[in-house]
Design a protein around this ligand. Structure first.
Ligand SMILES: Cc1cc2nc3c(=O)[nH]c(=O)nc-3n(C[C@H](O)[C@H](O)[C@H](O)COP(=O)(O)OP(=O)(O)OC[C@H]3O[C@@H](n4cnc5c(N)ncnc54)[C@H](O)[C@@H]3O)c2cc1C
Length: 499
């Protein structure tokens, strides 16, 4: 056995008979299907990267009582130093996909780490459910399982409560017996589910008393009987070549609707049972939500740096870097990239204790979420503005180079201040794949919504801000004068206005 999980091991584990559909057909093997195989390989690459001897210490650790190392994202920090070590591991992992694999395995590991820190919250709900969760955490972490989650209900009629939607829309408990519960209905939008081992099913959106059938949480292997995965269009399948689509051909992690067609959930995999408030508490009264979104910001810090790098190279390619207004735009972009890094450092430096554990500053994390979901589309737009037509004036595909007549014209017309014609085409195609292709466009939607619509993230920011400190200062100012003293001051020409 190798010292830690490898790519080959992960890829083999995905040949498990799961039920994935695309383009009207059932996929028999996601590891070889043209819609998924390269993304699956990239997931494998993550594990091979951590298994490299030179990366083992940075990316993995040996959990107590085990001699097989696992990814550091499963580590539960007890101090600021341990938190920073863990973050550096996750940044190195994110760099493998330039931050384009949003639901890499460290996202769910982080969610579960945070929830495990709050195991007492589960105990208050039910000792049996808490034991199920703690046992599951041990199993998932020790086996370095790749998990995804579906915690959001399919968007249908927003003017109706979840319990009022069509009866088979939102996944709910429809039956139970001595071995477990049966669930039916759907959840969105299982990113990476085609290449994950298991899925955490839960409810992040608020539920009301009376909606207990919807109020559950569990974890299921992706090959569970009745679990149907309906993939969106594959950008990987639509990619022309690595040269034409270097990102979408390799890092299309996929998103899928999950339909639970009378899926049986054994009690030992059920963590929340018919408790609407516990659905909220699983994320918000434990550090789960803080940890999962802290990971997302860590990954984003890598992606934003990559995008700013693209912007700079675009200006070099078309020879505009030294135009003062272009330098100014690049300077603003650089400031924004550094702001993302600075917010991460702030979350860590002002982290707090949660029992024996160290957790990131929650309000700083929510502030980062609000600001970065706004930042991403603006940054993409700013890069488009710097680029002009160069992103579009490109050969239709790599095959144009093989036609000698076209090759000659391409080499004459793809001029650049800093690159050969071939390198310019290669680079501009990469830039377009990142920000303009269907894959790039999905990434904008992802960054804007993966953590909830703006009214949700801004709501968290509102809830966690220290309003007393802010309004206290206003009150302090107002307490230094009143109408009577103001008249008095007027009489004494502002004498002694300071407290
Ligand atoms: C690419 C992508 C990948 C995703 N991956 C996952 C995943 O892996 N797992 C998962 O669980 N989820 C995933 N999601 C789902 C994501 O969490 C949701 O899209 C997000 O929570 C927003 O919910 P919604 O789509 O229902 O939008 P809504 O909440 O319906 O919001 C859409 C818009 O409607 C308006 N609106 C709706 N309700 C209100 C209101 N009450 N007040 C004010 N305005 C309102 C706002 O303009 C808002 O921006 C993914 C989403 C995307 C786009």
């Amino acid at each position: 056995m190798t010292e830690c999980k490898t790519g080959a091991e992960h890829i083999k584990s995905l040949r498990d008979g799961r039920t994935v559909y695309i383009d009207g057909e059932l996929v028999t093997d996601v590891t070889t299907h043209p819609a998924f195989r390269n993304a699956v390989r990239s997931a494998g690459l993550l594990y091979d990267f951590q298994a490299r001897p030179e990366n083992l210490e940075l990316l993995t650790f040996a959990p107590e009582g085990s001699n097989r190392r696992i990814n550091r994202s499963w580590q539960m920090p007890r101090s600021y130093e341990e938190m920073v070590l863990r973050r550096k591991a996750m940044q190195a992992w994110a760099a493998v996909s330039y931050g384009f694999m949003g639901r890499s395995p460290d996202h769910l590991a982080s969610a579960l780490v945070g929830q495990r820190m709050g195991i007492d919250v589960f105990r208050r709900h039910s000792p049996e459910r808490a034991k199920a969760f703690a046992d599951y955490f041990d199993y998932a972490s020790r086996n370095d399982i790749f998990l995804t989650y579906v915690i959001i209900n399919p968007q249908a009629e927003r003017s109706k409560d979840w319990g009022e939607q069509h009866e088979d829309l939102v996944a709910r408990i429809v039956d139970e017996d001595s071995s477990g519960v049966t669930i039916r209905g759907a959840k969105m939008l299982g990113t990476s589910s085609i290449m994950a081992n298991e899925v955490l099913v839960a409810n992040l959106q608020p539920l009301k008393p009376g909606e207990e059938d919807l109020a559950f949480s569990c974890a299921l292997p992706m090959n569970t009987k009745g679990l149907r995965v309906l993939s969106r269009k594959s950008y990987e399948a639509a990619a022309v070549s690595v040269f034409d689509n270097p990102l979408s051909s390799r890092f299309d992690e996929n998103d899928a609707l999950m339909f639970f067609d009378d899926v049986k959930v054994p009690w030992e995999r059920l963590f929340v049972y018919r408790d609407t408030d516990m659905c909220r508490a699983q994320f918000h009264d434990t550090p789960g939500h803080a940890y999962q979104n802290y990971q997302a910001q860590i990954r984003l810090s890598v992606k934003i740096k990559f995008l700013v790098g693209l912007a700079r190279r675009i200006t070099e390619a078309i020879g505009t870097t030294n135009i003062p207004s272009v330098r100014e735009q690049l300077g603003v972009m650089a400031a924004k990239a550094s702001m993302v890094d600075a917010m991460l450092s702030g979350m860590e430096a002002s982290g707090t204790r949660f029992g024996e554990w160290f957790v990131p500053n929650k309000h700083f994390m929510y502030s980062a979420q609000v600001l970065t979901q706004e930042l991403y589309p603006k940054l993409v737009n700013a890069i488009r503005e710097l680029a002009g037509g160069a992103l579009i004036m490109l050969p239709s595909s790599v095959r144009d180079f093989a036609n000698s007549e076209l090759n000659k014209i391409i080499r004459t017309t793809q001029r650049s201040a800093s690159m050969s014609p071939e390198d310019k085409v290669k680079f501009m195609k990469a830039a377009w794949d990142a920000i303009g292709s269907e894959f790039g466009s999905r990434h904008t939607q992802y960054e804007m919504f993966y953590a909830g619509a703006r009214f949700v993230t801004a709501g968290h920011s509102f809830r966690t801000f220290d309003w007393d400190a802010a309004t206290g200062m206003v009150d302090s100012l107002l307490s230094t004068y009143d109408l009577a003293s103001a008249s008095d001051h007027a009489a004494h020409e502002l004498d002694g206005i300071h407290p």
